[in-house]
Design a protein. Structure first.
Length: 210
């Protein structure tokens, strides 16, 4: 029997000299984001599970299959954060930060998803993200795209091409969602169990089988 203690599968150590490279990368990112007026926010690794279920959606694979969720001694459902946006929004609301609009925030740190470990994808991974509140129009999107391009240059990353896409307007996405829903409702019997459950979770109207 192997009695040596090892890291949890998919959660890896960062040791020298790699840790020095990480520190340099993080310092470069922090300097760039600070120069654009983004303030750092640090959220807990653990959140109430509802924080992610409400924001990501019960029907997603992240919520259904990939979150590290458990009940604590008080019976509260807690989750290791699988992404940063939901916790950031919760922190902004809880701490009354919307009084200072427009608000630019950035965060970094480990995230957790219980997916199959594979090359380049781990159960504990690290993410840097930015969130902007109270900025109307597309200007903030252009700013984030420009920041990203400047970050590539600051890191010395070359041979890249910046491409942009659009999800369309809110009205267009709503029409597409309804059309897609109607199509899959007609194909309900041909869907696998996961797809049926997602469809039923997304829409509260009676099942097409009723």
């Amino acid at each position: 029997m192997n009695t040596h203690l090892q890291a949890v599968r998919g959660m890896n150590d960062i040791v020298p000299p790699m840790s020095a490279a990480w520190r340099e990368f993080e310092a470069t990112v922090a300097a760039l984001l600070t120069s654009y007026g983004y303030g750092e926010i640090r959220m807990p690794l653990l959140e109430q599970s509802a924080v992610f279920k409400r924001s990501i959606g019960d029907a997603t694979d992240i919520v259904q299959k990939e979150m590290y969720t458990f009940d604590d001694r008080n019976g509260d459902s807690l989750t290791l954060r699988p992404e940063g946006t939901a916790g950031c929004v919760r922190a902004v609301l809880q701490n009354g930060l919307l009084q200072h609009m427009p608000l630019r925030l950035w965060y970094s740190g480990p995230m957790f998803r219980h997916e199959r470990p594979q090359r380049g994808r781990h159960r504990q991974f690290h993410q840097i993200g930015v969130e902007a509140f109270g900025a109307a129009g597309p200007d903030i999107d252009a700013e984030v795209i420009l920041m990203t391009a400047r970050l590539w240059r600051a890191l010395g990353i070359g041979n890249l091409r910046l491409e942009m896409n659009s999800l369309g307007s809110g009205a267009a996405r709503a029409r597409y969602r309804e059309t897609l829903s109607a199509y899959f409702r007609d194909q309900f019997d041909a869907l696998d169990q996961d797809s049926r459950e997602r469809l039923c979770l997304l829409y509260t109207s009676p099942s097409p089988r009723d």
